[in-house]
Design a protein around this ligand. Structure first.
Ligand code: WT7
Length: 580
């Protein structure tokens, strides 16, 4: 553990409350009271994020500044956004989509995605984002499981990935495409034009379902974490307490809206806090990113370790001569942020830079260097006021053992914060298995230091984090198994200096197939086509068989230990037929 401590006050005027001192009190009802609410006690994310600001006289402020790949720029004021999302809510109603139904969006960072997300929320319809780089397999699995009745996508993605799936998706009734006309789909803009700009907000209760985010586990299909409208209380509060969002700020979150960060902090938290959020359609490009930071006069920047590592590699010359004086704070999420990254960010930008920890399931930031807390590079920070965390071990006989300072265990959070997921869709048992004695168990191994800072140690399961994306090995293995040559497959994450981890597959072939280079290429190609390049293995090794435990589960942990030359650990459950 490094002893470096970085004082946020030293480099910037920091106006956040000092929650650590006894003078500043926090409780959730108070956080809720900063929001407007609906008449009659309801709560609706879209109302808090957009309509409320218009009602309060801020309709002219820019809500979304969209920067297109080829240099276009579109500003959506809060008033314009409010009208557009009302139109979309109206379109949903006319298509027969009702409160509690689900719609999905498969698109990159296009304005329609944000309009559809907020429009659905306004209508009380559950919004489910799908990562646009997914191949047809993950798209189909998620659309099926979500039961989405309507999909918004682009003509290109529709033709390449969706059209062929339709016969297998009987519950998907409508597809709306953005831009050009596509046969068999509705034209989104044409429908919006006919929608009513003052369509009313659904009277959603605080615990009405709002967002469905898919996330990967070790086994089985991806899990659909369902969040409710009340989550907005945590988005609003953490946006202020951790990201220091202030009305009128320019804020940029670089996360893809196909994942939870891109919605919680790439849409809801910024708008609820009345900021102007920059949306860049393009993919990572160091020169472009520095240009955006300068030209848009970004005040607060939320990004990811992968991006930071790439910027570090490119070096400081790319930033030379840029006027980044508007920048007040940078933060990171998604994977461990190395201490070097924190120190690099502080030195390069001369602004505080810190880590934040949370998950799809938690919906919002749980552990971070909130407020004016000093930053400890390499640490995730401390649990936010309102969040009770602990380091625990599950007892074999049931219940939890609470661990002390310096001990490694699983990070647990006391259930009950507003953005906590409320179920895994259709899998109540899987949901229940996440909780012990009223504590949510995160699956992350951590330790806590004497001052209450948390330090990330690793995952307690086999999920893989590549470029900030959580990948379930099972999904990758299943796609490899589709190929007639494959008898069995096991997939692991291998440390990578830029992506955090990359995916490596071990494949045992059926008799009669030769594990040569041509087949290796074919299998990787098959996986890329079916899963999308971001989810497909980069490396593939043929093996005679895979280590399994006595209940027949592939021992990925052992594959990983052997690959990385680590101790093999407890092998007592290894089935003896393993030829290792
Ligand atoms: C997993 C959750 C965080 C929202 C977006 C990703 C890892 C996340 C950190 C961090 C170390 C981190 C954990 C966590 N993770 N933030 N600051 N330091 N690890 O959500 O896809 O559900 O992934 O990402 O392993 O459990 P997600």
């Amino acid at each position: 553990m490094t002893q470096t401590i970085i004082d946020k006050h030293a480099s910037t005027p920091w106006n956040l409350p000092d929650y650590a001192s006894a003078r500043v009190h926090f409780d959730w009802p108070q956080a809720r009271a900063t929001l407007a609410g609906l008449p009659g006690g309801g709560l609706n994310i879209a109302h808090e994020a957009v309509d409320r600001h218009v009602a309060q006289g801020h309709g002219e402020r820019v809500a979304i500044r969209w920067l297109g790949k080829s240099g276009e720029r579109i500003d959506y004021s809060y008033a314009r956004l409010s009208a557009d999302i009302a139109r979309f809510a109206c379109v949903l109603e006319r298509l027969g989509i009702r409160q509690g139904d689900c719609i999905a969006v498969l698109a990159g960072r296009v304005p329609a995605l944000y309009i559809a997300a907020l429009g659905a929320l306004k209508a009380g319809v559950v919004f489910c984002p799908l990562f646009s780089a997914f191949g047809p397999e993950p798209i189909q699995t998620r659309l099926e499981k979500s039961g989405a009745r309507l999909l918004v996508t682009t003509p290109q993605l529709y033709t390449r990935k969706v059209a062929a799936l339709l016969p297998q998706l009987p519950r998907l009734e409508h597809v709306l495409t953005v831009g050009d006309d596509v046969e068999g789909t509705y034209h989104l803009e044409a429908l919006l034009e006919q929608g009513e700009p003052d369509f009313p907000t659904a009277a959603t209760a605080p615990d009405a379902p709002a967002l469905l985010h898919f996330t990967s586990g070790t086994t089985g299909a991806p899990k659909g974490a369902l969040h409710v409208h009340e989550a907005v209380v945590a988005h609003a509060y953490s946006g202020r307490a951790v990201l220091d969002l202030r009305a009128g700020d320019v804020y940029w979150c670089t996360a893809d809206p196909g994942w939870v960060t891109g919605i919680s902090y790439g849409l809801i938290a910024p708008l609820v806090n009345g900021v102007t959020m920059v949306v860049d359609e393009a993919e990572f490009d160091a020169a472009r990113w520095y240009q955006i930071l300068e030209e848009q006069r970004v005040n607060v920047w939320y990004t990811a370790p992968t991006a930071i590592r790439m910027l570090m590699k490119i070096g400081a010359t790319a930033i030379a001569g840029r006027d980044l004086s508007a920048l007040r704070l940078m933060a990171s999420v998604g994977e461990p942020l190395n201490p070097e990254g924190v120190i690099w960010g502080n030195n390069t930008f001369g602004k505080p830079f810190h880590d934040t920890w949370w998950q799809t399931e938690t919906g919002a930031i749980m552990v971070a260097n909130y407020g004016c807390q000093p930053v400890r590079p390499g640490s995730m920070g401390c649990p936010l006021p309102g969040i009770e965390a602990a380091v625990v071990r599950r007892r074999r006989e049931g219940g939890l053992e609470f661990l002390g300072v310096g001990e490694e265990g699983e990070l647990a959070l006391r259930a009950g914060w507003p953005s906590m997921f409320r179920t895994y869709l259709h899998e109540p048992e899987r949901y229940a298995a996440c909780f012990v004695d009223g504590w949510y168990l995160s699956g992350d191994l951590v330790s806590r230091d004497a001052d209450g800072y948390y330090w990330f140690v690793g995952r307690s399961d086999d999920v893989i984090k590549t470029s900030g994306h959580l990948i379930g090995p099972f999904e990758v293995e299943s796609v490899l198994m589709e190929h007639p040559a494959v008898a069995e497959a096991g997939v692991i994450g291998k440390p990578d200096p830029f992506a955090g981890e990359t995916i490596k597959a071990f494949v045992a072939l059926k008799p009669g197939y030769a594990g040569d280079d041509a087949l290796r290429k074919t299998l990787i190609g098959h996986a890329r086509l079916r899963l999308g390049p971001a989810v497909a293995p980069r490396e593939l090794e043929f093996v005679a068989n895979l280590p399994r435990n006595r209940s027949g589960k592939i021992m990925r942990r052992l594959l990983r230990a052997r690959e990385l030359g680590l101790p093999e650990g407890d092998l007592s459950t290894l089935e003896s037929s393993d030829g290792a």
